[in-house]
Ligand binder design. Sequence first.
Ligand SMILES: Nc1ncnc2c1ncn2[C@@H]1O[C@H](COP(=O)(O)OP(=O)(O)OP(=O)(O)O)[C@@H](O)[C@H]1O
Length: 609
Amino acid sequence: MEQEKKYSFHQNLAYCVRSTRKGCPKLLFFCLLVILVNCLVPVVTAFLPKVVIEQITDGKPLRQLLLVTACLTGALALLGGLQKYMNQLIYWNKFTMNTFFLRLITRKGLTTDYRNQENEHFRKLQSESFGSCNGNFSYYAQTYDAVVLFFSNLLGFLAFAGILFTLHPLLILFLCLTTLVSFFLNRRINKWIEGTVGEKSGYEQRLRYVTEASDDLRAAKDIRLYRMVDWLNGIYDKNLKGLLGWYRSYTAKLFGVSAADSALGFLREAVTYAFLLYLALEGKISVAEFVLYFNVVAGFSAWLGSLLGQITDLQRLNQAMNRFRSYLEYPETYRREGGKPVGSLDSPERIELKDVSFRYDAEGEDVIHHFSLALEPGEHLAVVGLNGAGKTTLVKLLCGLTEPTEGTVTYNGTDIREYNREEYYRLFGAVFQDYSLLPVTIEEIVAEEEELNVDHERVETCLKQAGLWEKVSSLPEGVKSKYNRAFWDDGINLSGGETQKLLLARALYRNAPVIVLDEPTAALDPVSENRLYETYDEVMQGKTTIFISHRLASTRFCHRIVLIDHGQIAEEGTHEELLAKKGSYYELFETQAKYYRENPEGEVDHDEA
Ligand SMILES: Nc1ncnc2c1ncn2[C@@H]1O[C@H](COP(=O)(O)OP(=O)(O)OP(=O)(O)O)[C@@H](O)[C@H]1O
C-alpha cells in the first residue's frame, strides 16, 4: 500500500516512550514499577514454600518459622497491593495518553494538505487511527499493557531460567522448544491477519457508512424519498456477511492453534514433572527443592508462553502503530514555515495557470488538461461549462487547495508552491458548493473570530451586502443568534438560500483580494439573485473575482467569460463576443434562454434573457 510506514518494534517502542514523556511522563514510571513488581511477586511466591519447608525440616524454632513466613507473606501482600494500585494508576493515565494522541490525530486531520483529505488511502488511515485511540481498550491503550506484560514476562523468564539452569540446562532447552512450536503456530495466524486487514477494514468502513447515513439528517430526505432503505440494507447485509466470514475464518484458525497449543502444553508438563519426580525419588533434590522446582517449571512455561504470546500481540500492535504513524507522518508537500510571504493582502496581483494539467487518480484521466489562463488584478472572470467540466477543480487549483499534476500556478509571478500556504489561503474569500459552518453565533461565523474580536459594523455591512441583514436583524438575538439547532437548544437554522447569503457575507468580511464564488446564486430567489448582480461591481470593486455559474445570463457583468469543456478552455470573451461567435456558449445560452421567452419559437432578446 502506498505511503505505509514499516517501523520495527524497538523504533515504535522508542516512539511510544518519547510520546509518553511528552504526554504523561508519570505513566512511564508507573509502567516500570509495575514491571518490577510483576516479576517479584511470582519469584517470592515460588520461594515461599521452599523456605517454609526448609524451616520445618531443619527443625527451626516455631517463632522463627512464624516470623519468616509472616515476612514473606507480608512482602507478598505489599507487592500485591502495590501491583493493583499501579495498574489502577496506569489505567487512568492511559486516558491522558489517549487524549494526547487524539489531539495529534485531530490536528493532523484539520491541517493536512487538502489533497490528502481527498485521498482515499489517507482517509482510511485516518479512520483507523481514530479507532486506534478511541477508548481505553483501543489498540493504542493496549500497547501499554502489552509492553508492560512483555517486559514483566522477560524479567520473570530470565529469573526462572536462572533457577532452572541450576537443575539441568537441557530442561530449559526442552521447555523452550515446545513453547517455540506454539509460538510459530500463532505467528501464522498473525500473518494471515496482516494479509487480510485491508479486507476487514473495508467491510467495517462500509458498515460504518450505512450506520452513519441512518442518523445523518442531510441524508434522511433522500433516503426516504428515493427509497434507499433496501439498497442501504443490502450494502449492510453484504458487508456484515463479509465481516462475519472474516471472523469465522479467524476463530477457526485460532481454535486450531489453541488445540495444538494445549497438546504441546500437556507434553511439556508431563515430561518435566516426571523428571522432577525421578530426581526426588532418587534423592538428588530435597522435598523443599522439589516444591521450588515444581513451582518454577510451571512458572517458567507460563512466562515463556506468555512472552512469546506477547511477541505475537506486539507484532499485531506494531502493525496498528505503523498505520497510525503512517497517518500522522503522511507527507505534507505544501510549504508552511519557510515558505515565502505572499505580500500585501490589500490588493490582488496577477494569478496565472501555466499549462496546468490535473488528475485526481494517478491512473485516471486529466480533469484539467493543458490549461493556461491569466487573471489580471481586479478582473472579474466568469467560468461556465457543463457539469463535470472541471470548474470547481480549476478553482481548487487556483486557491492552492490542490496541486497541478503538471504545469504551475503563479501569483505575482511566483510559483505558489514557494509561498507559505497558510498565507496564500488568506488571499481568498470563497463560497463553495459544499461548506461547513461552525455552531457559533451568526456574527462569529461571518467574522471567523470570537465575539471579542468581531468588527460589528463590518459584520452588519457584509450581511447587508449579502442580502441577509433583514432576516438576521429580525431574529430575537440578531447577530448574536446561535447557528444550528441540533447543537444549541435555542439555536436557529437557515434555509438553503439564507445559508448561501451567510456564506457570501463571510467571504466579504474576509476582505480578501480574490473572491471565488462557486454557484453562489443556485439557492437564491430571483430578487436576491438580481440584487447580487446589480451590486456586484460595487461590492467587488478592486478585487479579482472568479464567478462560477450555470446561469449564463448572470455572467454578463463579468469582464471576461471562459467556457470550459473537458478540462480545457473551449471559448473565451465577453458575453456579447461569445454570442456573436455563435459557438458552444451561444448554443447553451439559447437552450437556457428559450424558457424565458414568451414565444418559444421567437428569437431571443440577448439583453433581456
Ligand atoms: N475528489 C474527487 N475525486 C475524484 N474525482 C473528482 C473529485 N472531484 C471531482 N472529480 C471529478 O472531476 C471532474 C470535474 O469535477 P468538477 O467538480 O471540477 O466539475 P464542475 O465543472 O465543477 O461540475 P459541476 O458543474 O457539476 O459543479 C468530474 O468528472 C468529477 O467526477
